[in-house]
Write a new protein. Structure first.
Length: 195
């Protein structure tokens, strides 16, 4: 006959095994299943208790939008890099595919960071371009991107919309509910354009 302690011990061990398996799944697939509470009490916000709770909540709400935009912008940079590298080789940035004014702007940013003693953000020059400049690189090389993206005008429209929606995210302002909806639709529009 099993005692109450045996059942409790068995229950506890089952919970630990399940929790361990969930952690392994999270690690294998790089996902957060949310089965454990966050364990980062040393967040940067915790070091500054002077921040108002309402501002902290806005920051938490905005972090989701930042994550979406970060991933989207990185995906667009990757698309550009892979497409131009396939056409021109690894030295594509030095060639004629990137407009001169964009290259000059990038050189200026790299110099500014060096002159201010800031660690260089990237070895890749495309990582110094603005979101608007990414659109220009795509449209000025449309013959290469046409097989991938459905419409040049569509790319211009969607990227212009995304660039406007990027403003509150990049400049630490809360987004209104309508603009959150527009962001979601614009991101969907981008993915619909990829053929």
């Amino acid at each position: 006959m099993h005692s109450c302690d045996d059942y409790l011990r068995s229950f506890g061990m089952s919970g630990l095994l399940i929790s361990d398996e969930l952690r392994q799944i999270e690690h294998s697939f790089a996902v957060n299943l949310g089965h454990l509470p966050p364990t980062d009490p040393a967040s940067s916000v915790a070091f500054y208790p002077q921040f108002e709770q309402s501002v902290r909540q806005e920051a938490a709400d905005m972090s989701d939008h930042y994550e979406v935009f970060y991933c989207l912008e990185q995906a667009i940079r990757k698309l550009i890099t892979e497409t131009l590298e396939e056409a021109e080789g690894v030295e594509w940035w030095a060639g004629a595919r990137v407009p001169t004014d964009i290259k000059e702007s990038v050189v200026g940013l790299v110099k500014k960071e060096k002159d201010n003693g800031i660690t260089q953000r990237s070895e890749r020059m495309i990582d110094y371009t603005t979101f608007g400049q990414l659109s220009v690189v795509i449209t000025s090389n449309w013959t290469l991107f046409e097989p991938i993206l459905k419409s040049k005008r569509g790319v211009e429209r969607v990227m212009a919309s995304l660039n406007l929606l990027r403003g509150p995210i990049a400049h630490c302002c809360p987004m209104q509910e309508d603009e959150v909806d527009r962001l979601r639709l614009a991101v969907k529009d981008w993915f619909r354009m990829i053929g």
